[in-house]
Design a protein around this ligand. Structure first.
Ligand code: FAD
Length: 572
């Protein structure tokens, strides 16, 4: 990472038993001096938990961790938590950036825990030696990068994901992304710059139209919400300030599939598409971006012969999904997951191929295929006489065991192919050993493989990340108790698996703000609600979910300010 002369200039730290120590004893491969303070202080050592990342997953873990017997080290290049669902509002000044962030030191200060925070970025996880390697460049000088090596007993990886450009030429160089606070601030400045530029004298109409052509790529919830926010900003605020250019403004939303908001109920998709049409947002579906230059964006029609068209633009916001961070890709190779796209964990959020590394949030996914293989193995084990059949009683007991361990399976088994089997099992109450009905395991395996293909990965949302963080903190809170009572909860005894119940995701519904004070919501039980009243539900839910009373007060006052005075158009 640095040549040896530069290495001499680096200050090297290793973090151990509870402190940060500038070191000068041992030599690393690079010739950097490193001492490990944990060797000095091995007695009475607290278990060291290192948390990478201060996003939804990492912060939820920290907020819910209660057991003071850990020495917690938090490492993240961002010293604050950002409430991402309100990022699109920041891009147009409906909400200020500082209203949706909370310093991580504020969050951990209130806890009766031994927590240290280092503002640094992890660039390598060494699973074999239980170390993470990080760099901090707070001086802003490449010659003064501080190298930090941290030992851990348990590692919680919650570094999130990066925006995915799919390696399409020109995207990284020419598009804006909407992932971090800085991204939202840049977009806000750029929108106002476009309006100021278009208002300069001596421009042709064509040039004005180009500068005021805003292109949003990606018809998922973020792209749709940004397009709606931008439309409101332009029609409610900017047209009053820039009346001479208002006719040149155009917003285009590009989506590669046939519809926007694919993950929502069809009624929501249809409502959103009609509303955008009424609002004059140019929705182009089935249009895949193939190239972006500094002046034009090229799209290819997915159907109809793949026709290519080029559009001049003033600004592009790219919101097409997420990709894996380089540090995670390198780590995946180390733990034998080099052929996968996303870091896989088991149901207890432990990284497959490791024992003491947990991964949660957008950087990882629970390996559903493995879950299905496990289930099949359990059924095979239950078939003691190798007859490829089980009595109903055996089947019932095995299925009950599986549903307790894999709650998401229960959901699928109830609704899908196995419903008739479940009915059969329900009927066989009492002394089932006398049951003559037998379950053919081969048939069962075929049904199981259909279930397998339907078991989708959990969505990459704040909701999943936050629930995983709080689940894992709960496991850590009970870790000591479980070590003292090693038999663990009864139903897992003897399985050699884990002491805790597996992670169970509870879907609480999702929102899609559509602009004009209208929001769509899809709530549990496929309950759909669209309109102005849902917008008020959105306000109340998001106000309640904000991380602190300080941010809650700031966001609510921003909303009030916007209602009274409109959005700020200075771009700062
Ligand atoms: P993040 O929240 O991204 O946090 C990752 C953390 O890791 C950050 O602190 C980062 O600085 C740190 N980090 C990065 N690299 C390193 C490194 N090398 N070493 C150490 N630390 C590192 N979800 C919803 O449920 N509802 C919504 O309405 C919603 N709206 C969204 C709107 C926008 C604009 C965006 C971008 C996302 C939205 N999401 C929403 C998705 C949600 O934000 C993510 O799913 C969630 O942030 C994932 O949490 P995480 O902790 O895995 O990652």
């Amino acid at each position: 990472r640095q040549n040896s002369s530069l290495a001499k200039m680096l200050i090297v730290f290793t973090v151990g038993g509870g402190g940060l120590v500038a070191c000068s004893d041992a030599k690393s491969d690079d010739g950097i001096n490193i001492v490990n303070p944990s060797e000095v202080d091995d007695k009475n050592k607290k278990k060291r938990v290192v948390v990478l990342g201060t996003g939804w997953a990492g912060t939820s873990f920290l907020k819910n961790l209660k057991d003071p017997s850990y020495d917690v080290q938090v490492i993240s290049p961002r010293n604050f938590f950002a409430f991402t669902p309100l990022l699109p509002s920041v891009t147009v000044g409906t909400v200020e950036a500082r209203s949706i962030v909370e310093p991580i030191r504020n969050i951990v200060r209130k806890k009766n825990l031994n927590v240290h925070y280092w503002e640094a970025e992890c660039y390598r996880i060494d699973a074999k030696n239980k170390k993470v390697y990080c760099q901090s460049n707070l001086a802003g000088d490449p010659n003064q990068i501080e190298e930090i090596v941290v030992d851990y007993d348990y590692l919680v990886v919650s570094v999130g994901a990066r925006s995915n450009t799919f390696n399409i030429p020109g995207v990284a160089e020419n598009c804006h992304f909407l992932k971090e606070i800085e991204d939202a601030q840049k977009i806000r400045r750029k929108i106002v710059d476009c309006f100021e530029r278009a208002s300069l004298p001596n421009l042709s109409d064509e040039e004005r139209k180009k500068i005021l052509h805003f292109v949003v790529v990606g018809g998922g919830p973020t792209g749709v919400e940004f397009a709606a926010e931008l439309h409101d900003y332009v029609t409610e605020d900017l047209v009053k300030l820039y009346p001479m250019v208002k006719d040149a403004v155009k917003i285009t939303l590009l989506e590669a599939t046939d519809h926007i908001l694919n993950m929502f109920d069809k009624r929501i998709t249809a409502f959103a598409e009609e509303k955008f049409q009424r609002d004059g947002i140019d929705l182009k579906t089935g249009a895949m971006v193939v190239k972006v230059t500094d002046t034009e964006i090229s799209t290819k029609q997915v159907k109809n012969g793949g026709e290519i068209s080029n559009m001049p633009y003033g600004m592009i916001v790219w919101s097409t999904g997420i990709g894996t961070r380089p540090v995670i890709m390198e780590f995946m190779k180390q733990v034998g997951q080099g052929n996968r796209r996303v870091l896989a964990t088991d149901e207890w959020l432990r990284v497959e191929g490791t024992g003491d590394i947990y991964a949660l949030g957008d950087c990882a996914t629970i390996n559903q295929r493995k879950v299905m293989e496990d289930i099949w193995a359990i059924f095979q084990k239950a078939d003691k006489d190798n007859s490829k059949t089980l009595t109903v009683k055996e089947f019932q007991e095995t299925l009950k065991d599986i549903c307790e361990r894999y709650p998401q399976v229960e959901l699928y088994l109830k609704n899908k192919q196995l419903s008739s089997l479940i009915d059969l099992l329900k009927d066989s109450k009492g002394d089932s050993s006398k049951e003559s009905v037998e379950v053919n395991l081969e048939e069962f395996k075929a049904a199981l493989s259909q279930v397998d293909s339907q078991m989708k990965n959990l969505p990459a949302t704040a909701q999943v990340a936050a629930q995983q963080g709080s689940y894992l903190a709960d496991c850590f809170n009970r870790m000591e108790y479980c070590e003292e009572n090693p038999e663990g909860p009864l139903r897992f005894r003897g399985e050699g698996r884990h002491r805790f119940r597996p992670f169970r995701y509870k879907h609480l519904g999702q929102f899609a703000p559509l602009g004009g004070e209208q929001t769509a919501a899809q709530l549990p039980g496929d309950w759909v609600s669209i309109g102005h009243s849902t917008q008020w539900l959105w306000y109340s839910v998001y106000a309640s979910k904000l991380v602190s009373w300080r941010t809650r007060a700031l966001v609510i006052s921003d909303w009030g300010r916007r209602f009274i005075f409109g959005r700020d158009s200075s771009g700062i």
